[in-house]
Ligand binder design. Structure first.
Ligand code: FE
Ligand code: FE
Length: 198
């Protein structure tokens, strides 16, 4: 059976009502960035576009409401997430992508779920959404963006390593701001990076 084709125009029109202007522009940036990376790494363009488009679909829900909705939909919330509810837009976003936008493809849902913290041993689709979120053209705050953008088209694992390294350095400036999953992801991709150096 062919993989499902999602109506991206319909999803986009709906998102326009759910997101503020800035977030909508970021969303479009991630969608196009993810398709460019899918081209470079010969991955499914439609899945990349769909995941890019929906990755932040829950971002503009107020934090209190995110917690209420997670409880309502029986989405597990860790104590760390309860203290940092903005992180929940990833899990909640995957849930809404399925229930509100009709996207059932598990690869897409998992790319949405992991786009904020990252994790160990990500699929290529998960990696390109994580990376696209970080490097889309509207982003301009992170260090080393020029180098990271170039790497994104050459080596996804190495690119993940550099993003996670800079992210961890940034998060460590604020105490208690890092999810364990991000630290695990960093260790995993460090191993890749070190084995490559040898
Ligand atoms: Fe996000
Ligand atoms: Fe995002």
């Amino acid at each position: 059976m062919d993989a499902p084709r999602y109506d991206l125009i319909r999803i986009e029109n709906r998102l326009k009502k759910k997101l503020d202007k800035k977030r909508f522009l970021h969303t479009e940036g991630v969608m196009y960035m993810a398709s460019a990376l899918a081209m470079a790494h010969v991955l499914d363009l439609h899945k990349a576009q769909t995941a890019g488009l929906l990755h932040d679909c829950a971002k503009c829900i107020p934090d209190r409401k995110k917690l209420v909705l997670c409880r309502k939909f029986q989405i597990p919330v860790s104590s760390f997430e309860a203290e940092n509810p903005s992180l929940l837009h990833a899990k909640l976003g995957a849930y809404l992508a399925k229930t509100e936008y009709g996207v059932t493809d598990p690869d897409i849902l998992s790319a949405i779920t992991w786009h904020t913290t990252g994790k160990q041993d990500m699929s290529e689709l998960e990696e390109i959404i994580y990376i696209a979120d970080y490097i889309e053209p509207g982003r301009n705050q992170a260090p080393n963006l020029t180098e990271i953008r170039k790497l994104a088209f050459q080596d996804l694992n190495e690119c993940m390593y550099h993003i996670l390294k800079d992210t961890i350095r940034f998060l460590k400036e604020k105490p208690n701001s890092m999810d364990d999953t991000t630290e695990e992801a960093y260790l995993y991709y460090s191993n890749y990076h070190n084995s490559r150096e040898e």
